[in-house]
Design a protein around this ligand. Structure first.
Ligand code: BEZ
Ligand code: FE
Length: 291
């Protein structure tokens, strides 16, 4: 510890770490980085006390909004591009492996288990475009993986997820599918439309403070999992969607963009979307993370 001044305050706080109780090497690394960057930020913008109090009040209000249905801090991290960066640090991509991206707040566990080729559509909308989604889930050697579980979820043609819309049936546009013995998956759903992330309360305040819009391009969410492979949390994006290059949560990756094509007459849907994924084995994922 020590007597502080503007020049030594950062070093004094860093040197205090662990002085009155043991801390792990990782916790020391995290706290050292946090203190360094926070102090540098305060100095950089010459943060005033009135502004500090506004920030404390803002964080207190964000905390009060958190519930089982809303994790405001993840939403704020999304708007700041932090969750996608943390995901890139956690799941470095190597070779042909499919890229991950943010989970978002709208996943529901235990979606309806549906047969290969089945539909997630439980309710129709006048403006809907139905689509047949299909592709292969492969390993790093290009071999199809049988018995892979795919949880899929998306917004409805009105831009609202089922759990936020009292007019949609429970689990509308959500489903759990499995690949066949060749690693092929298939299901029917709708073309996802762009929608705004929640823009009320503190998330909306942050968007307005940053001069940002709330919109996301049309996307389908996936969680793809099988024992022995790294679970892949990802999204695929409609190449023709608005907001693709201007996503409010910065989650679009080039490799996750695909194109809806008109479906062949015998497919029974308006559109056809083909997309393959490559999973990494758990052993391979650990080796890349350790590099
Ligand atoms: C979503 O895609 O569902 C989402 C992702 C981040 C923040 C809000 C929504
Ligand atoms: Fe989404």
């Amino acid at each position: 510890m020590g007597i502080v001044n503007k020049d030594n305050i950062t070093d004094v706080v860093i040197e205090s770490l662990g002085q009155h109780g043991e801390i792990s090497a990782r916790d020391r690394q995290i706290m050292t980085g946090l203190v360094k960057h926070l102090h540098a930020f305060v100095k950089d913008v010459e943060l005033q006390h009135s502004e500090f109090l506004v920030a404390c009040d803002y964080l207190a209000r964000a905390g009060k909004l958190c519930s089982d249905n809303r994790q405001e801090f993840i939403l704020l991290a999304d708007i700041l591009g932090v969750e996608v960066l943390v995901d890139m640090m956690t799941n470095p991509v190597d070779g042909d492996e499919s890229e991950s991206t943010v989970l978002g707040p709208f996943y529901r566990e235990n979606p309806p288990v549906l047969p290969k080729g089945g539909t997630t559509i439980q309710m129709h909308f006048d403006n809907e475009e139905t689509a047949y989604y299909e592709g292969y889930i492969r390993d790093a050697d290009g071999k199809g993986i049988a018995g892979v579980t795919l949880d899929v979820w998306q917004d409805a043609p009105n831009g609202v997820y089922e759990n936020l819309d009292p007019n949609q049936p429970e689990y509308n546009l959500r489903g759990r599918f499995e690949t066949d013995e060749t690693g092929h998956y298939a299901f029917t759903a709708v073309r996802p439309v762009p929608y705004p992330i929640p823009e009320d309360e503190t998330a909306g305040e942050l968007l307005r403070f940053m001069g940002h819009h709330p919109n996301r391009p049309g996307h389908m969410h996936f969680i793809i999992s099988k024992d022995g492979y790294r679970p892949l949390i990802s999204q695929i994006y409609d190449a023709d969607s608005e907001w693709l290059e201007n996503d409010s949560v910065f989650a679009v990756k080039e490799s996750l963009i695909g194109r809806f094509k008109p479906a062949p007459a015998d497919m029974g849907t308006d559109l056809h979307f083909e997309f393959d994924f490559v999973l990494k084995s758990k052993a391979g994922a650990q080796a890349v993370a350790a590099e």
